[in-house]
Design a protein around this ligand. Structure first.
Ligand code: AMP
Ligand code: ZN
Length: 114
C-alpha cells in the first residue's frame, strides 16, 4: 500500500529502529514510546485492522505471537511482564491502518487502560 506509513517502513522508505525482521514480519521501536520498552510488531502483508483480517491469515497471527515471545525474552521483559495491545478502530485510538501489536513493558502497567 503506497500511502501506508507502516508499509513504507517495511519498504525502508521511512526509517525505523528495527528490532526484528524476517520474510513475514517486522518489529520496530515506537517513535513515541509509552513504556521503557515499546515495540510495534506488524505483518509484512498489509492488513488494515482486525476487522479486515482474512480467515486464511490466521497462521500469521499465531506466528506474530511467537515473535512477540521471542522479542520479550530478548528485551528481558518476559519475566517482569509485558502487554500486547491491538488498537482496532476509532474508539480504540487506532491511528495507523496497518494492523500492529504494541509490545509494552519495562514498568508496571496500569489496568484498565484509559
Ligand atoms: P495506534 O494508535 O495503535 O494506531 O499506534 C500507532 C503507533 O505508531 C503509535 O504508538 C505511534 O507512536 C507509532 N508511530 C507513528 N509513526 C511512527 C514511526 N514513523 N515510527 C515508529 N512508530 C510510529
Ligand atoms: Zn500497510
Amino acid at each position: 500500500m503506497t500511502d501506508c506509513l507502516f508499509c513504507k517502513i517495511i519498504e525502508k522508505k521511512v526509517p525505523a529502529k528495527i528490532a526484528y525482521e524476517d520474510d513475514k514480519v517486522l518489529a520496530f521501536h515506537d517513535i513515541s514510546p509509552q513504556a521503557p520498552t515499546h515495540i510495534l510488531l506488524i505483518p509484512k502483508k498489509h492488513i488494515a485492522s482486525i476487522n479486515d483480517l482474512p480467515e486464511q491469515d490466521s497462521a500469521i497471527i499465531g506466528y506474530l505471537h511467537l515473535i512477540a515471545k521471542k522479542l520479550a525474552q530478548e528485551l528481558k521483559i518476559d519475566q517482569s511482564g509485558f502487554r500486547l495491545v491491538i488498537n482496532n478502530g476509532l474508539d480504540a485510538g487506532q491511528a495507523v491502518s496497518h494492523i500492529h501489536w504494541h509490545v509494552l513493558g519495562g514498568r508496571k502497567l496500569q489496568w484498565p487502560p484509559g
